[in-house]
Design a protein around this ligand. Structure first.
Ligand SMILES: Nc1ccn([C@@H]2O[C@H](COP(=O)(O)OP(=O)(O)OP(=O)(O)O)[C@@H](O)[C@H]2O)c(=O)n1
Ligand SMILES: C[C@](O)(CO)[C@H](O)COP(=O)(O)O
Length: 236
């Protein structure tokens, strides 16, 4: 179904601790190239020119520091709210969804940790949702051979990687589709991304081409990559 009026809201789950990064601060407040991970992510989302509202899920007890980021990064035209994140990413997204303003038709969910995502990717996802898709996810072909293993570490299957995609964010949804998916999910039902909850409700999830620069800052090596990418962007 085509979305005629498209007010777009952006949810940024930013409440993770960055355990794999080994950061002293929550990952969203970790500085890369002199700017926090969250500020980079906000620049990307706002820079896309597609969003009118942002809800950030903040690590508990760090809400004030998260608010400070907004003062520097947001134009007056974009409304922003901060909510306390939850234990798991999906809990954080659920809380942020409850805080979205009523006028939002399309919801983007974008990891703070995918902080250098090119703004154009937000536009690609919004266009695909506005064009009639219920749920849209950027994905890249898989470059490694994958193995499914059992709990002893023994290989049970080698999936055909040509039909697999490594999915990224921003993931975009018609608002009611995402809300229904979260309503339908049992609280203890794990999901590593939002589209998998939507998939379980029977809606089709559409893939658009992802971008190598939308990588997730997860391990220390990713910080080196992000710094190199920022330096290249600054020099071009
Ligand atoms: N309870 C949580 C956990 C994660 N996230 C957010 O979800 C995104 C993807 O999570 P990930 O990269 O795994 O971040 P962390 O949870 O911080 O990483 P780690 O598992 O290494 O602690 C991040 O922007 C993170 O802040 C969140 O909002 N709430
Ligand atoms: C949402 C996500 O970024 C899509 O690839 C990913 O699933 C998050 O995983 P994490 O282990 O919570 O970082």
């Amino acid at each position: 179904m085509e979305v005629a009026v498209a007010e777009v809201g952006l949810i940024i789950p930013a409440a993770g601790m960055g355990t794999r990064l080994g950061s002293e601060l929550p990952k969203a407040l970790h500085a890369i190239g002199g700017t926090t991970v969250l500020a980079h992510a906000l620049r990307a989302g706002v820079g896309s020119g597609t969003v009118s509202s942002i809800v950030i899920a903040a690590p508990s007890r760090w809400e004030t520091r998260i608010h400070e980021q907004l003062e520097y990064e947001l134009p007056d035209t974009v409304e922003a709210r901060v909510v306390e994140g939850g234990e798991r990413r999906q809990d954080s997204v659920r809380r942020a969804m409850d805080a979205l303003p009523g006028n939002i038709d399309i919801v983007l969910v974008h990891d703070a940790a995918r902080c250098l995502t090119p703004p154009a990717l937000f536009g690609d996802v919004v266009s695909a949702v506005a064009g009639g898709h219920d749920a849209v996810v950027p994905g890249l072909p898989v470059v490694d051979t994958l193995r499914e293993v059992d709990d002893r570490g023994v290989v049970v299957r080698t999936p055909d990687r040509t039909v697999l995609r490594a999915v990224q964010t921003p993931q975009g949804f018609r608002r009611e589709v995402l809300e229904d998916a979260y309503r339908a999910a049992a609280p203890d039902e794990p999901a590593t991304d939002d589209a998998s909850l939507v998939e379980r409700t029977g809606h089709q999830v559409h893939i658009v081409p992802g971008h190598s620069e939308a990588f997730k800052v997860t391990h220390p090596l990713d910080v080196l990559l992000a710094e190199a990418l920022l330096a290249r962007r600054a020099s071009s």
